[in-house]
Design a protein around this ligand. Structure first.
Ligand code: 5GP
Length: 215
């Protein structure tokens, strides 16, 4: 039996973290995973080239356009999207479904298009939007990370504008101003959602408790 904070046996939680490129989603998720090693990370597929230091199979599965199209046509992707108008990204379906069925929680870092698709396919998903404290702060972070050309920074700022327009479809908005605070906030969302009564698993605990009380 899968014993959790929420009592015996529950389906794994699907935690979706979205927000514009450069807002710090990756850093926040890494901190969440450091504290909660029980959470699985969903490794996305992408057609973009690997950046310096990125590990294939761990940061992303780097695939060709042809392979991405094949996976998509074969139904192997839970969601997919063209991000920043040039590169395709997608979430492999099997690891997500396997984790949830086994009662393991899994986190996805995806864009708003992917978030919308996941919400439609799996309404029980927990949707978190990470926002910068201001648009200037976001631009500063994109310029500061020095992995992007100025053209790429502008493309990412245009995508960010679209992401901000879609904030209303999320359940939580987390402002990443102070990193330590934002990490606490993400962990708080995760822990609260684990205990949410709408998740399956509490009825078995209730029966056990009631049985133990006798008449
Ligand atoms: P980057 O190229 O900076 O790693 O990621 C660019 C954007 O692609 C990120 O902001 C992230 O939200 C999005 N992204 C990463 N993986 C996926 C995915 O599997 N599906 C979708 N829809 N978006 C993704």
């Amino acid at each position: 039996m899968n014993q959790t904070v929420n009592g015996p046996r529950r389906r794994g939680m699907l935690l979706v973290v979205a927000g514009p490129s450069g807002v710090g989603k990756g850093t926040l998720i890494r901190a969440l995973l450091d504290r909660h090693s029980e959470i699985q990370w969903s490794v996305s597929c992408t057609t973009r080239d690997a950046r310096l230091g990125e590990q294939p199979g761990s940061d992303y599965h780097f695939v060709s356009d042809e392979e991405f199209a094949r996976m998509s046509a074969a139904g192997e992707l839970l969601e997919s999207a063209l991000v920043h108008g040039i590169d395709r990204y997608g979430t492999p379906r099997a690891p997500v479904e396997e984790a949830m069925a086994a009662g393991r929680d899994i986190v996805l870092e995806i864009d708003y298009q992917g978030a919308r698709s996941v919400r439609a396919a799996m309404p029980e998903a927990v949707m978190v939007f990470v926002a910068p404290p201001s648009s200037d702060a976001l631009r500063g972070r994109l310029v500061g990370r020095k992995t992007e050309s100025s053209e790429a920074v502008e493309r990412r700022m245009r995508s960010a504008r679209i992401e901000f327009a879609r904030m209303g479809m999320f359940e939580y908005v987390l402002v990443n101003d102070d990193l330590d605070q934002a990490i606490e906030d993400l962990c708080a969302i995760y822990l609260a959602e684990r205990m949410a009564l709408r998740r399956s698993g509490w009825q078995a605990l209730q029966s056990e408790l009631l049985n133990g009380m006798g008449e």
